[in-house]
Design a protein. Structure first.
Length: 157
């Protein structure tokens, strides 16, 4: 598999050692779920949904006496927010830490790739220089031979 990927995308060969960093929380089921949860925390959709839930919670508990399961000062709501924060903060910090690791690894791999390209370019420039010298020498030989042939076929009068 890895060899097949290298064959299709050889420019990523320096990234292969860092493939394990691709999934921030791991590639297992929990890791994928944790990553999706952490990514959702800062989205506008999450903030709007949370705001609507809080408004509904407060409205029901403040207005409808029959449905009060969390009367003012909404201690159960505070507990829910505390629980959410207890899980959100570590997930977000873990995501940031892993993202920093991935960024560093990709930067190092990119630097190796650029270094490899630089070496290849230098080799190509050396080959190009040699070919240019050979062309210049051959051009001079052709010029010399043309002059000799001209002198031999058309002697001076």
């Amino acid at each position: 598999m890895e060899q097949a990927q290298r064959g299709r995308r050889p420019h990523l060969r320096f990234h292969a050692p860092y493939a394990h960093l691709a999934a921030p929380f791991g590639a297992d089921r929990f890791g994928l779920l944790a990553e999706s949860f952490a990514r959702a925390f800062g989205t506008p959709q999450f903030l709007i949904a949370q705001t609507l839930v809080v408004i509904a919670w407060i409205a029901v508990n403040a207005a409808a006496a029959a449905f009060r399961w969390d009367p003012y000062p909404f201690i159960l709501l505070n507990l829910a927010f505390s629980t959410q924060a207890a899980y959100a903060a570590p997930l977000i910090l873990l995501a940031q830490t892993r993202q920093a690791e991935r960024d560093k690894a990709w930067s190092e791999a990119d630097a190796q790739h650029r270094e490899s390209l630089t070496e290849t370019m230098l080799q190509l420039l050396e080959v190009n220089t040699d070919l240019t010298k050979q062309v210049a020498e051959l051009t001079q030989k052709v010029h010399t031979l043309t002059s000799e042939l001209h002198d031999h076929l058309l002697p001076a009068k």
